[in-house]
Each structure stands twice: as C-alpha cells, then as structure tokens.
Design a protein around this ligand. Sequence first.
Ligand code: KG4
Ligand code: ZN
Length: 351
Amino acid sequence: MADALVLGIETSCDETGVALVRVGDEGSELLTDVVASSMDEHARFGGIIPEIASRAHLEAMVPTLGTALERADVDLGQVDAIAVTAGPGLVGPLTVGAAAAKALAVGLGVPLYGVNHVIGHAAVDELVHGRFPDRVMALVVSGGHSSLLLVDDVATDVTELGHTLDDAAGEAFDKVGRLLGLPYPGGPHIDRLAREGDPTAIRFPRGLTAAKDQARHADDFSFSGLKTAVARWVEARQDAGEEIPLNDVAASFAAAVADVLTAKTIAACHRHGVDTLVIGGGFSANSQLRELAAERCAEAGITLRIPPIRYCTDNGAMIAALGAAVLRAGVAPSSLDLPVDSSMPLTQVTV
Ligand code: KG4
Ligand code: ZN
C-alpha cells in the first residue's frame, strides 16, 4: 500500500478538517491540511452548539475539500482511500463528515475507513516525527478528552489505561477561565496569564494522586476537585474584598494540572516499560504542560514527541495519518453504512 493517497476528513466538533497523506513504508507524508473552524459562531454561547457546528460543517465541506485538492495539486480521481472520523464526538457533526466520506467513497469506488478521533490525535505525530516504535505511551488531552493510551500498534492495538473521571484538562481550563472572567475558550488565556505568575503561590490539590487512589485510579485523572478549589479560593478573596492575583491563580492552577498529567503519565511509562511518550490533543498546546513534560521526560530518560501546535488541535491530518497507518497494516475497510459513534471506545481504532 506504499504510495497510496489517503484523503482524511474530520468533523467531530467545530473544525472541518480535510487533508491528503501519501502512505510510505518509513512514514507517511502530509501533502496538505486545510481546516475551517466555526469557533467564532460558538464563542458568544460559551460552548460548542452542536446544531450550529453541524450546519457549519455542511457549508464548509465542499469548499474545504476543494481547497485541499487544489493546494496539493491532486485530482479526486487520484485518491486511493478515504478515512473519516467515526467517533467519539458530537453526533450531528460526525454525521455530516461520515455522509461526505461515504459519498466520496461510493463515487470514487475506493475503500472507506471510519477511524477513532482520539487515536488520531496520537497518530498525527507519525507525520512529523516518523513511525512509532513498537510500543509508545500516548497522552491525549483536549477540551473533551484526557486519556492515557498504551499503543502497541496505532492501527490495530491500543489499550486505554485511564481517563478523566470528570472534566477533561482543557474543559477544566475553560471552566476556570469563565470563573476568572476570561473569554471562551479560556485555556489559552490562562496559559498566557500563568506565564507571568508564580506557580508556587497557591498550593491547589492534585486529584487522584493520594496513596489510596493508586490501587484503582493510578492511570485516571480528576480535575473537578481542583476546579472547585480554585473557585473557593477566588470566592473567599472576593468576599473579603481583596483583589484576585490573576497571574498567580492561573500559574498555580496550570502547575497543578501539568504536575498531575506528567507525574501519572511518566509513572505509567515506567510501569509498562515504555520509553517513548507522545502527547497530542488541543490541550497539548499548553505551555506549562509542554515545559514540565520536557523536563520530567528528560530526567526519566523518556523520548518525548509532541507535534507542532497546528497538528494538536482538531484537523484532517490526524485522520489521514491514522487512515494511512490502518491502510499500511492491511486492516479491512469499514462498511459503507458505518455508523458514527459519539462515545466510540478508545480501544477501537476502526469501525
Ligand atoms: O483538541 P481541541 O482543539 O478540541 C477538542 O477536541 O476539545 O482542544 C481544545 C481545548 C480547549 O479546552 C482549549 O481551551 C484548550 O484545548 N487549549 C488550551 C490551550 N490551547 C488550547 N488550554 C490551555 N493552554 C493552551 N495553550
Ligand atoms: Zn480533538
């Protein structure tokens, strides 16, 4: 399957992503990656409105596909396979992408692969840093997910070690952002404020790190207690009529999230004898996480792979990359009536 051309389509949330990837034995090559976002239409609601996102995907799909083909100088007829996000994600948005992918697969007479969005967040790193070694740990952190995956083969063998029991990392940032009066999504704003603050100013709790949690939740995360602790701290100062030191609150909160994510992930690497860690998902843009992960991986002798930020947020390249890996592994195509699955299990790479 080397040299096959894979078209990837992503529509699980608010980004319409279309990308083209050339499958290679050593690693696959990204030809183009085009993203249209409807985030501006959701910002005033303080969250993604699925109906608005679905409509935006419908309007953006054909133009985004056209731009991708034009930029890569490729004709639709040259496409050898279609990969599309089958889940997890929002049902309406997923359905628009799946419908487009099915129509293209039927029209072109090429195989269709419904693939897992969260695993795609890890797979995209293969386009940047080459094929994964036999066993890697993947930490996928976004507005919707915080999951720890043991990846023996990104196309066929993924084990979910743990996940968040409540808020995702990005979600916790967005909620604390709202609490601090920052615009939605608050994540990048907290990151910016935190860079000016003292991360040791306030000692916020580290969820599920106590000795008693290690038996059942060693690889799970929890951020809602932390979020509540920040809210209590801020309220107490407000009630006392004191000014809120935004930079220090942001820095201390961000430090707690980065500490828990990196400590638990590195412990899991040791436990499973894995020496390569891949971090992906929109929240991996977070500078506090990036810095601490780099520092702790270096200390632990773990090779850290994080794709550039534009491949961490939702995009078509991650889906085309996973499609390429699946094609290379000789996995059977999905059925043309593949269902989308809003809560697709993270152990399921393809449908
Ligand atoms: O993967 P993504 O683009 O969309 C989802 O699938 O959720 O992730 C977006 C999430 C949002 O919660 C956003 O606030 C957060 O990632 N985020 C950040 C940063 N950049 C994006 N959080 C903290 N620091 C950042 N620099
Ligand atoms: Zn995502």
